[in-house]
Ligand binder design. Structure first.
Ligand SMILES: [Fe+2]
Ligand SMILES: [Fe+2]
Length: 329
């Protein structure tokens, strides 16, 4: 269990002696300080409360290079150093690690608890999963029910689905976030079907359940950080989702072609507009329902987090992601 967290660093010269995950690293370069030449390198350290830059000041070039090469992105290191506030009084903190006074040590997986570094949902993942299972296994449409069950009985998928975040930053950006978001989208969609009985409820619920399944491969939660995978970066969760769902549909005998197209369309159109990554704009009332249910949950979660995390006495904050203001009072 960690004792020091990034968000608790508020004092210049405070001693740092704890474990942090490595978000990224920059190669060593030469410096000249105190009359002695050497090499320094920069790390971005993280835990579940935030991120902080660290500068390692080496004295022996060979050892500095060896230490740098031994550290990997996503790994965890034990840091012994000191907080520096620069410029003084600015509230901008970094960690200074002097090879003579402190150091950096790579930690093995058995030496730390993942929960200290990556935030997790506060909700019960087992209960959320049971709720989704209950809804999907009760669908009247035999083919859609089989499709839902095919996912919910796939152990490999479930392990990844339980762990995946819903996003890096936008909304539900923590372990279990995708499960939480998916259940919310299912519930919102279900309510929309109550209000609009003409909607095909089974199709809406299937679209809601599957709209973001590609996210199980879009993110990596292997080390002490959440990161976008190469597949996520180059292909994206809508196309990954299309591929996964197509594969499952192909294994269900007699799955009607038009129904398959409708389900796949809901995945490809759930972001609404091409500028938000949608391959197609929603063309079915059911796809419109899933698109707005998705946006509704994601945006409310984002606004709540921005309000919760705002650290100011002002009445508003401006945020880049929403390109607008959040009123805090
Ligand atoms: Fe999405
Ligand atoms: Fe979503």
């Amino acid at each position: 269990m960690k004792k020091q967290y990034v968000s608790s660093f508020t004092r210049n010269r405070e001693k740092v002696d704890d474990k942090f995950a490595v978000k990224f690293k920059k190669p060593p370069t030469a410096y000249r300080g105190g009359g002695k030449p050497g090499k320094w390198f920069e790390l971005r350290l993280a835990d579940r409360t935030g991120e902080i830059t660290a500068k390692f000041w080496g004295r022996n070039d060979q050892e500095t290079e060896k230490l740098y090469n031994g550290i990997s992105k996503g790994g965890v290191v034990h840091v012994t150093g000191e907080i520096q506030e620069y410029p003084p009084g600015s509230g901008k903190f970094s960690v200074s690690i002097d090879a003579l006074k402190g150091g950096l040590k790579k930690c093995e997986r058995t030496e730390y608890d993942l929960e200290d570094f990556v935030a997790s949902t506060k909700k019960d993942t087992g209960k959320m999963l049971d709720e989704i299972k209950g809804i999907m296994s009760a669908l009247g449409n035999e083919h859609l029910r089989k499709l839902g069950v095919a996912f919910l009985t796939d152990e490999k998928f479930i392990t990844a689905f339980r762990k995946a975040p819903a996003a890096m930053e936008y909304h539900q950006n923590y372990v279990g976030g995708l499960l939480e978001h998916t259940l919310n989208v299912i519930k919102i969609s279900n309510n929309l079907c109550d209000m609009h009985p003409e909607l095909d409820r089974d199709l809406v619920l299937t679209g809601a359940f599957l709209h973001d399944v590609g996210k199980v491969k879009e993110f990596d939660v292997t080390g002490g950080i959440i990161d976008v995978s190469h597949e996520g970066m180059l292909v994206g969760h809508m196309t990954i989702g299309y591929e996964i769902v197509s594969g499952k549909i192909k294994k269900i005998q007699g799955f009607p072609k038009t129904l398959a197209l409708k389900v796949l369309h809901m995945i490809l159109s759930h972001h609404g507009k091409p500028e938000y990554g949608a391959t197609k704009r929603p063309q079915l009332p059911e796809a419109v329902a899933v698109h707005y249910a998705d946006e509704c949950d994601a945006k409310i979660d984002l606004f709540l987090r921005l309000k919760r995390e705002a650290n100011t006495e002002d009445s508003w904050i401006w945020n880049k992601k929403i390109n607008g203001h959040v009123y805090l009072k």
